[in-house]
Design a protein around this ligand. Structure first.
Ligand code: ZN
Length: 417
């Protein structure tokens, strides 16, 4: 049985073709991003959705759709296969009858980044690499560190100065060497890493500059479509930092449509905080490339506070345009309200994840989503990793009592009135 149907890379910029078994990040000729291709014609003949039933529930259930050649190199903590939870609270508030949350806060290190790093580290192991470096606002670094150590790699993580101390400590807990990274704009980080590729030949793990990480995000499409009875949702709402999640999910839905496993693809909705939102700005202006915009220090949505997308965010914008989707920018107040709403669903989300629900609320108010449409909001990361934001989003209760029946009766008289 074929373990992987991946065939080659092509460059987004010059269309040149590259083999998968060489440790390259971007096109050695023009610096363009590399995209992985698959033999979809053969997949269509040899695979059917029924074959996947009974396999592992992790994202490796779909291994034919990834570029890893040998199962022996797989580094897994059981990532993926997270529940698609029907809404019991926000859906009613918004008048949506079919709202779901894809809860990736339940992943091994508490965020959706585990999908990408399980694949990227497995693939790096297959390429024979032994050490790696990435930068992170917190979640990616923790995930990168955890998978690297399991693979026997030496991980080094440059942690953005905006990351909260808990997130940095978690990265160290997973055994990475860390350094605090200061910068004025994300473009400085991208330039630094692109030069490191050119001068040191340093293999990168940053989304898109690493050519396979986002391939794992395609599993959103497979998992959600399978759960919905091999039907795609009408709308998928995804927060955007670098945009690997939304691009990967879109690629996955397109593959399923090409295979004939689903008959329609969703509208992809990208979400960013109002304080930055370069992709939203570019979308509103009808542009194919986004430029640096905003101030990343001015939002609580740390994980998506990127003020400049990788290589102009071309892929992210393409996913939004090609799917006839849209982009929404949300203020912190709306994010905090969405965190409370998600709490009433039983979901503890970090601000960046709650941003997806905040954006959906705005979209419903603007008439961009109909009440009978199937909508999936992706919860990308756990609120437990940003506890200060939770404290900020909910008022502290002034009520107190000493442990006696009389005081309890008095208290219940107040809270149950
Ligand atoms: Zn090229």
């Amino acid at each position: 049985m074929t373990w992987s149907y991946a065939t080659h890379y092509t460059c987004d910029g010059c269309s040149k073709v590259y083999e998968l078994n060489v440790p390259i990040n971007t096109c050695p000729d023009c610096g363009g991003l590399l995209e992985t291709h698959y033999d979809l014609d053969t997949m269509k003949q040899e695979l059917s959705p029924r074959q996947f039933a009974g396999r592992t529930t992790s994202m490796w259930r779909w291994h034919e759709f990834y570029p890893l050649r040998d199962e022996a190199h797989m580094v897994s903590l059981g990532e993926g296969g997270t529940p698609l939870i029907p809404s019991v609270y926000a859906g009613k508030k918004l008048g949506l009858s079919r709202l779901y949350f894809k809860n990736d806060a339940l992943m091994p290190t508490g965020s959706f980044k585990d999908r990408g790093f399980s694949l990227a580290i497995s693939f790096a192991k297959e390429l024979g690499l032994t050490r790696g470096l990435t930068y992170s606002s917190g979640n990616a670094g923790a995930s990168f560190a955890a998978y690297s150590r399991r693979a026997g790699f030496e991980p080094t993580v440059l942690v953005e100065y905006l990351a909260n101390p808990l997130k940095k400590a978690i990265i160290s807990l997973y055994g990475a060497k860390t350094a605090t990274l200061y910068f004025d704009s994300m473009t400085e980080i991208t330039d630094m890493l692109e030069q490191a590729v050119k001068r040191l030949g340093l293999y990168q793990f940053v989304n898109f500059i690493n050519p396979v990480r986002h391939e794992a995000m395609k599993a959103y499409a497979y998992e959600i479509s399978e759960t919905l009875g091999w039907k795609a949702p009408d709308v998928m709402v995804h927060p955007i930092g670098t945009g690997g999640g939304i691009w990967g999910a879109w690629k996955g839905f397109c593959e399923l449509a090409q295979l004939g496993w689903i008959d329609a693809v969703p509208r992809m909705v990208g979400v960013q905080p109002e304080a930055t939102g370069p992709i939203v700005r570019a979308f509103n202006q009808g542009l194919k490339q986004a430029e640096r915009h905003g101030d990343a220090t001015k939002t609580i949505a740390q994980s998506i506070a990127a003020d400049a997308p990788i290589q102009g965010g071309e892929r992210v914008l393409r996913a939004i345009y090609d799917s006839r989707g849209f982009a929404e920018a949300v203020p912190d107040e709306a994010i905090m309200q969405a965190m409370q709403w998600l709490g009433c669903e039983g979901i503890c989300a970090e601000p960046a994840s709650a941003a997806s629900l905040a954006a959906l609320k705005q979209a419903v108010e603007r008439g961009l989503v109909r009440s009978d449409e199937t909508v999936v909001c992706v919860i990308t990361g756990s609120g437990l990793k940003q506890p200060y934001a939770i404290e900020k989003s909910v008022p502290d209760s002034p009520l107190q009592l000493h442990a006696s029946y009389e005081e309890l009766e008095k208290l219940l008289g107040k809270v149950w009135q």
